[in-house]
Design a protein around this ligand. Structure first.
Ligand code: AMP
Length: 389
């Protein structure tokens, strides 16, 4: 999902640029000006309330704006993303937009400001007045609209400058050149979007080897907490020593140790297209932690897989592995194998159930050959990449 607000004084070219962007990126276009004009034309109660203010070039009340925007967002919540034009127009509306994004479980990726001088803006609007048929495109009202822009709308920029997602584009160039610059911004934003995947499945379902293969194929970073803990022990770091002591006394490694390791990995991974998590989250608590951790970096879980393998087949696989060199310390005896399967049932199945309420959990049959399961997973991942755009 990509949510962008186009910003700029009246006449900056927001409407013109929007046409190209909504088609190329398949976004839902929300122009508060257009929505208000529709309400006016239909002579609705909202339209009548806004009529005089629009005619004078003033700003319509936030109450009215919230009502029309909320209605539009609600009926299009499955959109690929929203392109806002003419909103937010006041500092207060910037907060409102943040709230609306929370409701959509999303966030505003950027406010793109098309910068043009005041003289240019007036010149363009007077020119447009000849053909637009808009009652507010005449000189007195234009001056008032620009004054409103100065007094009430410009402060919106500070909101996004502080937030760090304000991007300026030079609007004094030709239309195709401005389009090119905005398009470049869109591409940059999209390439920063991560495809984060969680692999669920019982021990022995193949989630580890499949996850690794997918990571390599799609330039994703494989995050396996078990392996990360082992690495720390091998490095002999302070954390490693702590982990070793816990392992030796048969205790679980607490989240306080696991989480910073994952966060370090998120911060240090460069030029990747996303993460594949395996063996994490294992508990409900960890699922909230992962959601929070990704949110901290403006990201989210885009895809969840549950690899299903029949219990007898799982036992067969784990038992077979226990007799090879690939044996893990935790599946060296029947007792340990049963305990791990039980742990999964008790702690991890509730996590999958929780995610089923909020995410699309894709169930993949893990019984066929490795290549076939990998192919089925790959098909799903490719679909998800498309949805990110
Ligand atoms: P526009 O088509 O974006 O130039 O908007 C035309 C007029 O609609 C503005 O001059 C305002 O009177 C009103 N309007 C549009 N969007 C907003 C908004 N977000 N907040 C308040 N008034 C708005």
């Amino acid at each position: 999902m990509l949510n962008i607000a186009l910003f700029g004084p009246p006449g900056a070219g927001k409407g013109t640029q929007s046409e190209f962007l909504i088609h190329k990126y398949n976004l839902f276009y929300i122009s508060t000006g257009d929505l208000l004009r529709k309400e006016l034309a239909a002579e609705t109660k909202l339209g009548m309330q806004a009529k005089d203010i629009i005619a004078q070039g003033g700003l319509v009340s936030d109450e009215i704006i919230v009502q029309i925007i909320e209605k539009t967002i609600k009926t299009n919540s499955d959109a690929n993303g929203f392109l806002f034009d003419g909103f937010p127009r006041t500092y207060i509306q910037a907060y409102i937009l943040e709230g609306l994004m929370i409701k959509l479980n999303s966030n505003l990726d950027a406010l793109i400001s098309i910068e043009v001088s005041e003289e240019e803006s007036v010149k363009r609007l007077l020119n447009r007045a000849k053909t637009s048929g808009r009652s507010d495109d005449n000189e007195t009202v234009i001056r008032n609209r620009l004054k409103e822009y100065h007094d009430k709308t410009l402060p919106v920029l500070n909101f996004y400058k502080e937030k760090g997602n304000y991007i300026a584009v030079n609007g004094m160039q030709t239309i195709p050149k401005v389009t090119e610059d905005i398009d470049k911004v869109f591409n940059d934003l999209l390439s920063k979007k991560l495809l984060n995947i969680v692999m669920f499945g019982h021990p022995g379902s193949g989630r580890g080897s499949l996850g690794k293969a997918l990571a390599e194929k799609y330039k994703l970073e494989f995050v396996a907490t078990g392996e990360m803990l082992e690495e720390e022990i091998e490095k002999g770091s302070e954390t490693g020593k702590k982990i070793k002591n816990l392992y030796e006394s048969g205790q679980l490694v607490p989240d306080e140790i696991v989480i910073p390791l994952i966060e370090k990995k998120i911060i240090n991974s460069k030029n990747i297209r996303g993460f594949i998590f395996k063996g994490f989250p294992r508990t409900l608590v960890q699922s909230y932690i992962l959601d929070g951790l990704l949110k901290k970096y403006d990201s989210y879980i885009a895809k969840i897989f549950e690899i299903k393998v029949d219990t007898l087949e799982l036992i067969r696989r784990l038992d077979k592995r226990s007799k090879t060199d690939a044996v893990m310390p935790y599946d060296s005896s029947t007792e340990k194998i049963v305990k791990r399967l039980q742990e999964h049932e008790d702690k991890t199945i509730p996590v999958i159930e929780k995610y089923k309420e909020t995410h699309d959990v894709t169930i993949i049959d893990g019984t066929p050959s490795f290549e076939e399961v990998l192919k089925n997973l790959s098909n799903e991942i490719e679909k998800s990449f498309k949805n990110l755009k």
